[in-house]
Design a protein around this ligand. Structure first.
Ligand code: GLU
Length: 313
């Protein structure tokens, strides 16, 4: 665990440029900004642009503009995953050297068919270990998998408390590199956070299930794990998954223009903070200054929910 008592944290926000920020990702950005700034720390911006086919041109700029509009300024240069490929290969070689990584020739469909139980969600298909002792003859390498340990992997989440997961039951040996050489998210994110000296990762709880895999990789590579804090998600009405299309912040800038503070106050209320009434109508930097001055992690919501706010309020 990083020594939070002596050093101010280095936090980060790491959006993928696959779409504009929606109210949910804005809430995550605000939460990570507040966690870092309220402790006198730095806040970095990284664009997770490895997954080229899913990217939408112009979205990285759109995200940056939206962050700036809300006064969420980052420190230093923006980092781009696509510039880190050499480092990824270096750490992939380190993992190879542990003897725990092996090539796998299974397709996604084969893995899905072999799964004995329905998988809990889309974050991973439980891999049955088909190629653990070698690929079938003539098969092409589709991924490089990391053997998971027989025991649970645990970490302490600043909001959720102790989280333990048996990786074998959850996802089995998981991919750290694709057959075409592209590094998988689980390894990339570990390397990125290490390279930029990130000590505090605040993100949506949809990523909570993949964190034990990252903690496991950090242990194998001898890297210190950052402190983690997973935030409940903003949902649509009745707890439905947020419809990204309906909640894109920048698409509504016409109607929000000049009222960004109203949305920001809604985000703070969603995060359990209680902005005083006299901040209504205040500019974002003033609201953020107030919020950083009295941010209280114990007030974060236990469960997700709607972020209710309207430009007219
Ligand atoms: N880029 C990821 C996403 O947008 C987040 C990565 C992370 O926070 O670790 O879902």
């Amino acid at each position: 665990m990083p020594d939070e008592t002596t050093k101010p944290p280095v936090g980060r926000f790491a959006p993928s440029p696959t779409g504009a920020l929606h109210t949910g990702s804005l809430a995550t950005a605000v939460a990570s900004w507040l966690m870092a700034r309220s402790a006198g720390g730095r806040w970095l911006l990284r664009i997770d642009d490895l997954d080229v086919p899913r990217q939408v041109p112009g979205m990285a700029d759109d995200i940056m503009e939206t962050l700036e509009l809300f006064g969420l300024y980052w420190d230093g240069e923006i980092s781009w995953q696509s510039s880190n490929r050499e480092a990824y290969q270096h750490y992939f070689s380190e993992l190879l050297a542990t003897g725990l990584v092996y090539p796998c020739g299974c397709s996604r469909r084969e893995i899905a068919q072999a799964a004995s139980a329905p998988h809990p969600d889309d974050d991973c298909l439980p891999y049955p270990g088909t190629c653990r002792d070698g690929m079938r003859e003539g098969a092409t390498v589709r991924s490089w998998r990391l053997r998971v340990p027989p025991e649970q992997v645990c970490f302490h989440d600043l909001h959720k408390g102790m989280i333990c997961q048996h990786l074998g039951e959850r996802c089995g040996d998981f991919a750290v590199r694709r057959g075409d050489g592209e590094i998988a998210y689980q390894l990339a994110v570990v390397v990125d956070d290490h390279l930029t000296g990130v000590t505090q990762v605040v993100r949506g709880e949809d990523l909570l299930p993949s964190t034990p895999r990252q903690v496991y990789i950090q242990g194998l590579l001898g890297l210190e794990s950052p402190a983690y804090c997973h935030i409940p998600l903003v949902t649509g009405p009745g707890g439905a998954k947020l419809s990204k299309r309906d909640n894109l912040v920048s698409h509504h800038l016409g109607s929000w223009r000049g009222k960004e503070g109203t949305l920001l106050l809604g985000v703070l209320r969603f995060l359990g903070q209680e902005p005083p009434r006299d901040l209504v109508g205040a500019p974002c930097d003033e609201i953020l200054r107030w919020a950083a001055g009295c941010f209280d992690i114990t007030r974060l919501p236990v469960a997700g929910g709607e972020l209710v706010v309207s430009p007219g309020s």
